[in-house]
Design a protein around this ligand. Structure first.
Ligand code: URA
Length: 247
């Protein structure tokens, strides 16, 4: 494993909330392999013994199967009806990440199908049309940080985000989009590991691993009548993302 691969793997563990990784001391006498990597006879490399960055040949289907039909990894399972995995183009160049399912999404099993979802669809399709970019909602991929509806639509708690975040990260790695749009502070926090608010983060490029991330206001926030400035800013941010990805 070279330095870049090792750095990438450690970043992956950091994303999962693992702060410390211990390197196993080689057993027996260490020898240098032809590739210049230290190994001891017949014993796997310390770093090679770590689980892989993501399961080999990971796919959205495999991730969905790993979540299972009746995931009980966190307390959000108690109130949910349906697990909301994600929808859209599995080879999308652009992925939108929201917070977690609301009532409509919980009932239907698909992300962003309620009022906020209708606004998101309009924003994507109207902005794309205006800018001469030939994409529609089914061309992008949309998912959430947590896959089960939090009770009363409360903000997901850190342990819920951490537990479900591993599946979000696998989704992003399986799709490998050209850019990610993080909608709202929960998505920004999950992807960027920051407590900074959307007002400060929006409109600028950040990175999740090596993928550019644009933060924008969550569509639910834009539905509030007094947020006219935020609406204009969200449209500007979306325009920026669409041109970056599709020009
Ligand atoms: N809000 C979200 O964050 N996600 C949805 O799927 C719907 C509303």
């Amino acid at each position: 494993m070279n330095r870049d691969e090792l750095r990438e793997r450690l970043n992956f563990y950091k994303d999962l909330g693992v702060d410390e990784v211990f390197r196993r001391e080689p057993l027996g006498q260490a020898i240098l392999s032809p590739a210049g990597v230290t190994v001891d006879q017949g014993v796997t490399l310390a770093s090679a013994s770590l689980p892989s960055l993501a399961p080999e040949g990971d796919t959205l289907l495999k991730i969905l199967q790993d979540i299972g039909d009746d995931c009980r990894r966190c307390r959000l399972c108690e109130g949910r009806s349906k697990i909301v995995f994600g929808s859209g183009n599995e080879q999308a160049s652009l992925v939108f990440v929201g917070e977690g399912p609301g009532a409509d999404e919980d009932a239907q099993g698909f992300p962003f199908v309620g009022r906020a979802g209708q606004l998101l669809t309009q924003m994507i399709e109207n902005t794309a049309t205006k800018e001469g970019i030939p994409i529609r909602r089914p061309d992008v991929y949309i998912c959430n940080v947590v896959k089960c509806r939090p009770p009363e639509n409360r903000t997901p708690q850190p342990d819920e985000m951490e537990t479900c975040g591993q599946f979000l990260f696998r989704q992003l790695m399986a799709i490998r989009p050209k850019a990610i749009c993080a909608m709202g502070s929960t998505a920004a926090k999950a992807l960027l590991g920051t407590k900074e608010g959307v007002t400060r983060l929006r409109g600028k490029w950040h990175k999740w691993r090596d993928i550019p991330v644009m933060v924008m206001y969550h569509p639910s926030y834009l539905l509030r009548p007094y947020n006219q400035d935020a609406k204009r800013e969200a449209w500007e941010d979306l325009k920026k993302v669409l041109h970056f990805v599709y020009d």
